[in-house]
Design a protein. Structure first.
Length: 463
């Protein structure tokens, strides 16, 4: 979606602009744009006013979606937008590509500005809001935008929020901001040039861009969070933006407790990353694409690791080639289990099974002895394996969500006669073994249940 919109704008968005065609007599000048919100367009002043309360409707990308999902003012020549007090959200794509729009007035009641809500408003020169959340690309591609004032109360700035606002030179970001998304300030050329510090820190201690020249980087303790792309954004080649040096080593201070998704994604040169003992979370693809990353120690304080956090790193590839059967990191995190085991038991030493941790295609069954083990999506890559556990446990929920077979490890065989013809009856009788080819595999817990009930297991031991 983003790429198509960007390509269209590069080709000349004003040709087919939503707001470049005067309203005709047939076009309605008012209507609903939320369950409790109405809009009114005044052609004499080219102004659009929204009044009411609550949430505005979300709309779709007018380039690639169906006309019924576009804004009702898509073809109006809109130069002013006024959103009245009481309205809490501005919908996705609400004013996207209103190329004549030069004035926006937003209320203090606003809580969220939707994705692409003001994207490609090419004449807009200033923007001010106190909305707590700004969505993805909310004010991106506004090439005339010079100043942005985010008032106290703003908390989250979405991915690519101000991407390609090339004229932007002043951004006021309050201390209330606790999240800055991926590439939020990408290609904000003038703003970047105006920064004098090597570490550009905004909001509540968020490192949003590294601008230094050192290859061995020690992040200062004034940093509490690292924005995704802080070490890759400036590598986009553009006049006035110097590419970053090859980064070999990055040391993260103890003031950082979490790494966001894509934190260092694509920093291909880095070899060593030093993580603090205070770190608790590593986000999805945090080090994905760091192909030369070799030296990394995950501290015991880490309690969660996102999907593909180390995908493509030399560090992870070395672990896989080490032939270690089980690799535990952090606070009880099973990062990797490999080998030719057919049945695996996950006991109470494992608190979390990371995504793609259990890789072997030969695995027939994974037994979870604890009811609350955290099992990340796609933790067991063999979709034909049986997931065994306690009814109502996270194992049963995982099996259901992943479309895998679940077996109850608490089930005990019924009936006094335990002389079994295993090749015929053991699966139906006990639901305690799995038949693959001509071999039966019993877990230790199943064996104990059957022996306690008096079953003769010698026949299965010979299978």
């Amino acid at each position: 979606m983003k790429k198509m919109l960007s390509l269209f704008c590069a080709a000349g968005i004003s040709i087919l602009h939503m707001g470049g065609i005067p309203v005709s007599a047939e076009e309605p000048s008012s209507g609903k744009c939320g369950d409790n919100i109405t809009w009114h367009y005044d052609a004499d002043t080219a102004s659009l006013t929204l009044t009411g309360t609550g949430a505005m409707y979300d709309y779709e990308n007018w380039m690639i979606d169906t006309p019924s999902e576009f804004t009702p003012w898509q073809y109006f020549d809109i130069q002013q937008v006024t959103v009245s007090e009481g309205i809490e959200t501005i919908g996705n794509f609400a004013f996207s590509a209103c190329t004549s729009l030069s004035s926006v007035s937003l209320p203090d009641s606003l809580r969220r500005i939707g994705d692409y809500a003001f994207a490609y408003c090419l004449r807009l020169k200033s923007f001010e809001t106190s909305a707590s959340e700004l969505g993805e690309s909310a004010v991106s591609g506004c090439h005339s935008l010079e100043t942005i004032k985010l008032k106290s109360g703003v908390e989250s700035i979405g991915d690519s929020c101000f991407d390609s606002d090339t004229a932007l030179s002043v951004i006021d970001i309050p201390k209330t901001v606790t999240h800055i998304g991926w590439n939020a300030f990408r290609l904000c050329t003038k703003w970047y040039q105006a920064q004098t510090d090597e570490f550009i820190i905004e909001g509540d201690g968020i490192l949003c861009q590294y601008k230094g020249a050192d290859s061995f980087v020690k992040i200062p303790e004034t940093v509490k969070q690292i924005a995704a792309g802080a070490f890759v954004t400036a590598q986009d080649q553009q006049e006035g933006i110097r590419p970053l040096p090859a980064l070999y080593s990055i040391e993260i201070p103890e003031t950082v407790h979490s790494l966001p998704d894509h934190a260092f994604d694509g920093v291909t040169s880095v070899v060593t990353v030093t993580l603090p003992e205070t770190l608790e979370h590593i986000g999805e693809k945090a080090f994905s694409g760091c192909t030369n990353l070799t030296n990394l120690k995950i501290p015991d304080s880490v309690t969660s690791i996102g999907t593909d956090a180390f995908d493509g790193t030399k560090w992870l590839n070395d672990l896989k080639s080490s032939k270690q059967e089980q690799i535990m990191v952090g606070d009880g995190l099973l990062l990797l289990m490999q080998g030719d085991q057919k049945i695996i038991t996950i006991d109470d030493s494992v608190k979390t099974v990371c995504t793609s941790a259990i890789l072997s295609k030969q695995i027939l069954e994974v037994i979870f002895t604890e009811p609350d083990t955290i099992i990340n999506p796609n933790a067991v890559t063999n979709r034909y394996a049986v997931i065994a556990g306690i009814p109502g446990s996270t194992a049963e929920r995982y099996a259901k969500e992943e479309g895998m077979t679940f077996r109850d490890i608490t089930a005990v065989p019924d009936g006094p006669d335990m002389s079994l013809d295993f090749k015929k009856d053991v699966w139906q009788f006990s639901n305690s073994s799995s038949y693959f080819g001509n071999t039966y595999y019993l877990s230790d817990s199943d064996r104990a249940h059957l022996e306690a009930a008096g079953a003769d297991l010698s026949i299965i031991d010979k299978a």
